[in-house]
Design a protein around this ligand. Structure first.
Ligand code: G6P
Length: 443
C-alpha cells in the first residue's frame, strides 16, 4: 500500500515548501498520495496552492497523486501522516491578537502574551475535533502539528485528545542548528545542540560540532552578532555580555519578549505606529505570494516564501516523517511529552527536546534538572501553558483570566481583565466554548 499524507490547512501559502520537501525526499519517503484539505473560507487559496503543487510535482516527474478537498473526513481515510497548519479565524484574527494588547501598551504577539493565549483558545477545540476524527478514521496515522502555539496545542492533544500519536514541530531549533552549521562551515548533520525547555521558550546548551564542544565560541559569536538565527518576524536586539555569559545558554529569538520586555515593547509599539501589525505585513506578503502562485509558468517554490517567519518548518517536519517511516533512529528536536526527561516539569507536559526518532515515534533524551538560572521561569511558563489549556477546554472565564494574569508579559491584573474582555468580544465567533461567559464581571 502507498504512503498517504494529508495536509490540513493545505491552502496555506506555506504549502509549496512542504510539497518541495516531499519532492526532495521522494527516494526515502515515497509519498504516493498527497491530499490538501481546507475549509470553505479557504477554498480560493486552496485552488491556487493546489494548482501550483500540481505543477511542482509534474515538473519533478514523480508518481505522487495530488488532490485537494474541503471534505476532511474523507481525506483522512487511509492516511499514514497528517499535518496540521491551520489558523483559526485567519490573519484577521491574528491582527486582533496583535493589535488589542498593543493598544493597551502590552506586547501583542501571535504566540506570546495575550495573542498567544487567544490563538490557543481558538485553536485547541478545532485540533481536538481533528484528533477525534483521526482516532476514528486513521488510528494508526501520525499527527504532526505545526499549528501555533505549537507546544501548548500539542500538550492539549496529547493529554486530552483521543488520538495519541501526536508530535509537535517548530522551525526555531532547526534554524538555531542550521545557523551554527553555517557559521562553523559544516553541515547541520555535524552539529548537535541540547535543547531544554518548551516551544518558543527553549534554550540551547552544549553545542557540539563533530563531537567537539563549541559552546563558548558560539556564545561569543552570538554576542558579536556574527550569528543571528531569528526568523523573519523577529528583529534581534542583541544580548548583553552579562546575560549570555552568566546563563551560558543559547536563548531562542522569542526569549527577547521575556528578558528584554521593555525594549521589545517600545520597538513593537513604534513599528505598530508606523506599519501596523505583523499580521498586516503578512497579509501583503501573502497577497504577493498568491499572485505569484497563479503564474502558470511557476513550477517551483518561489524564494519570496522566505519572507515568512515559518520558513524551513517543512524541513523539520519532512525529516521527522522520513525518520519515522524509515525507522532511522536519528536525533531530532520535537515537542513531545516529558516523561521524566526534565524532572522539574510535570511528566505528562509537553517539552521541546531532542529525541530519538524510530518507527515507534520519538523517545525524549534525558536533559536532567533544569539549571537554577532558568528553573523558575521555565516552571512558571509551563504552569501558564497548563492554565491556558484548562481555560481553552473548559470555556471558564476565571480560568482564562488566571492564564492572562499569570503570563509574565501582562503587567497588571486590572489590565489583564480589560484585554481579556476586549479579546473575548473581538474573537467571539471563534470561541464557542466561552459563549456562556460564566463568572464574567466578577471584580
Ligand atoms: C517563527 C515561528 C513560527 C511562526 C512564524 C511566524 O518562525 O517559529 O512558529 O509561525 O515565525 O512568521 P510570520 O511570517 O507569520 O510572521
Amino acid at each position: 500500500m502507498g504512503l498517504k499524507v494529508v495536509i490540513i490547512g493545505g491552502g496555506s501559502s506555506y504549502t509549496p515548501e512542504i510539497v518541495e520537501g516531499f519532492i526532495l525526499r521522494h527516494q526515502t519517503f515515497p509519498v504516493s498520495e498527497l491530499v490538501l484539505v481546507d475549509i470553505e473560507e479557504g477554498e480560493e487559496k486552496l485552488d491556487i496552492v493546489g494548482n501550483l503543487a500540481l505543477r511542482m510535482i509534474k515538473k519533478a516527474n514523480l508518481p505522487i497523486s495530488l488532490s485537494w478537498t474541503l471534505n476532511r473526513r474523507k481525506a483522512l481515510v487511509n492516511a499514514n501522516f497528517v499535518t496540521t497548519q491551520i489558523r483559526v479565524g485567519g490573519l484577521d484574527a491574528r491582527e486582533k491578537d496583535e493589535r488589542i494588547p498593543l493598544t493597551h501598551g502590552v506586547l501583542g504577539q501571535e504566540t506570546n502574551g495575550p495573542g498567544g493565549i487567544f490563538k490557543a483558545f481558538r485553536t485547541i477545540p478545532v485540533l481536538m475535533e481533528i484528533s477525534k476524527e483521526m482516532n476514528e478514521i486513521c488510528p494508526n496515522a501520525w499527527l504532526i502539528n505545526f499549528t501555533n502555539p505549537a507546544g501548548i496545542v500539542t500538550e492539549a492533544l496529547l493529554k486530552h485528545g483521543n488520538h495519541k500519536k501526536v508530535i509537535g514541530v517548530c522551525n526555531i531549533p532547526y534554524n538555531m542548528k542550521n545557523s551554527v552549521a553555517e557559521m562553523m562551515n559544516c553541515s547541520a548533520k555535524d552539529v548537535a545542540i541540547e535543547f531544554i525547555g518548551m516551544n518558543h521558550f527553549v534554550f540551547g546548551r552544549n553545542v557540539l560540532v563533530n563531537g567537539v564542544n563549541k559552546t563558548s565560541e558560539v556564545l561569543d559569536k552570538l554576542l558579536s552578532k556574527e550569528i543571528d538565527y531569528s526568523p523573519a518576524n523577529i528583529v534581534a536586539l542583541g544580548w548583553s555580555d552579562e546575560f549570555i555569559k552568566s546563563l551560558k545558554l543559547l536563548p531562542n529569538p522569542y526569549h527577547q519578549y521575556y528578558f528584554q520586555t521593555e525594549e521589545v515593547l517600545q520597538k513593537d509599539l513604534a513599528a505598530f505606529k508606523e506599519n501596523g501589525t505583523r499580521a498586516e505585513i503578512v497579509k501583503e506578503v501573502e497577497k504577493e505570494l498568491l499572485n505569484k502562485y497563479q503564474d502558470e509558468e511557476l513550477e517551483v517554490k518561489p524564494p519570496e516564501l522566505e519572507k515568512r517567519g515559518g520558513a524551513y518548518y517543512s524541513d523539520a517536519a519532512c525529516s521527522l516523517m522520513n525518520s519515522i517511516y524509515t525507522n532511522k533512529g536519528d536525533i531530532q528536536t520535537i515537542n513531545i511529552q516529558n516523561h521524566g526527561a526534565i524532572p522539574d516539569l510535570p511528566s505528562d507536559s509537553v517539552i521541546e527536546v531532542n529525541a530519538v526518532i524510530t518507527k515507534d515515534g520519538p523517545k525524549p533524551i534525558a536533559v536532567g534538572e533544569l539549571p537554577l538560572s532558568i528553573k523558575g521561569i521555565v516552571q512558571q511558563m509551563k504552569a501558564f501553558e497548563q492554565l491556558v489549556i484548562d481555560a481553552a477546554l473548559s470555556g471558564d472565564y476565571l480560568k482564562a483570566y488566571q492564564a492572562m494574569v499569570m503570563n509574565p508579559l501582562v503587567p497588571s491584573e486590572k489590565k489583564a481583565k480589560v484585554i481579556l474582555d476586549e479579546m473575548l468580544d473581538a474573537h467571539k465567533n471563534h470561541l464557542p466554548q466561552f459563549s456562556q461567559m460564566e463568572g464574567r464581571g466578577i471584580e
